[in-house]
Design a protein around this ligand. Sequence first.
Ligand code: NAD
Ligand code: IPM
Ligand code: MN
Length: 368
Amino acid sequence: MTKKKLLLLPGDGIGPEVMAEVERVLAWLNQSGRAQFEYETDLVGGCAYDAHGEAISDAAMDKAHAADAVILGAVGGPKWANVPYAKRPEAGLLRLRKDMKLFANLRPAICYPALTEASSLKREVVEGLDLMIVRELTGGVYFGEPKEIVTLESGERRAVDSQLYYEHEIDRIARVAFELARARGKRLASVEKHNVMRTGVLWKSVVTRVHEDYKDIELTHVLADNCAMQLVKWPKQFDTIVTDNLFGDVLSDLAAMSTGSLGMLPSASLGAKDANGRRPALYEPVHGSAPDIAGKGIANPIATIGSLGMALRYSFDLGKEADLVDAAIAGVLAKGLRTPDIMQDGMTKVGTVEMGEAIVGELKRLAA
Ligand code: NAD
Ligand code: IPM
Ligand code: MN
């Protein structure tokens, strides 16, 4: 078996805590002979700034490009609140996404059966939820120029961020979303605000054109504000959602609460396949560095372990092993193990390490 190369970037806050549990799962995958991963670790975010004065070094970027996949924990925190913008922890993550051309961000929101009562929404609203949010990741207001704060002659400051999309950027993310919808429930909701934004007008027209190639998929157009409301009202009306960078950021945190916690949501950020069939990929939880609980050993590692599961599926063609990881997560939840973010009456409260250990224990049991 050829060894697959991973780069682990634990980052800041709870990032290293949840990444340690990913390493535990990786060690099991290697020991069990189900996969052969070799991995190295580097710095990203505030810790990289502290070490090198940059949120990611060129050397770490080279390793990211060379790896078969990158797994990232989280970046950011109050310690770096006053760092110049281009060097802030988040800039490291944005550079990874942009330089690796990771335009397609897949954010599945699945409500595990054991967690139907853990959500702040009613059981019947979330039970059986299996939603895929496809977020455009290298365009839009995150990267559009100009992007600046200017002090005018009057002394007043003016800030501008530019929402910018090219047709080809919308076309390629729409195709990813239609393909995913085809393998799922064959329904796609395209989310924008064409009623006020020119980028929304272009988005809607390009998605409508791409739909010509996917006539078997039912396409609906939903305004972003309405989509937010509908996601709280009845999230199960959606199967696959495709949306821009900023709306995708906000709507995925919103959808996370249907699963019980932001600590449950994994993600895959994918680029286009090259001539050799190689696709750049980065996997990370949807949540951030959670400064409020960092260092306490109570962060939920499921989003990050689930992100490793997505890597097995999307980068390494290890669908069976990915299914095993999902089943192990479902298994420990069914046994009543809960980190505090998903704690319910009568369940067993555990920390990050215990949850990781329990998932590996369940993997061993399921694989036996
Ligand atoms: P956050 O996602 O870090 O935390 C929001 C809330 O969710 C907090 O109450 C936190 O305790 C909780 N939470 C998040 N992950 C959890 C987990 N695994 N287990 C249990 N509870 C969890 O968002 P924030 O507080 O707005 O941002 C903190 C920092 O993280 C900021 O610097 C932000 O830029 C950064 N951030 C980074 C990423 C990333 O690295 N991909 C994503 C989002 C935010
Ligand atoms: C996310 C995060 C990032 C984003 C930040 C940390 C740059 O919120 O991955 O959801 O806004 O994309
Ligand atoms: Mn976010």
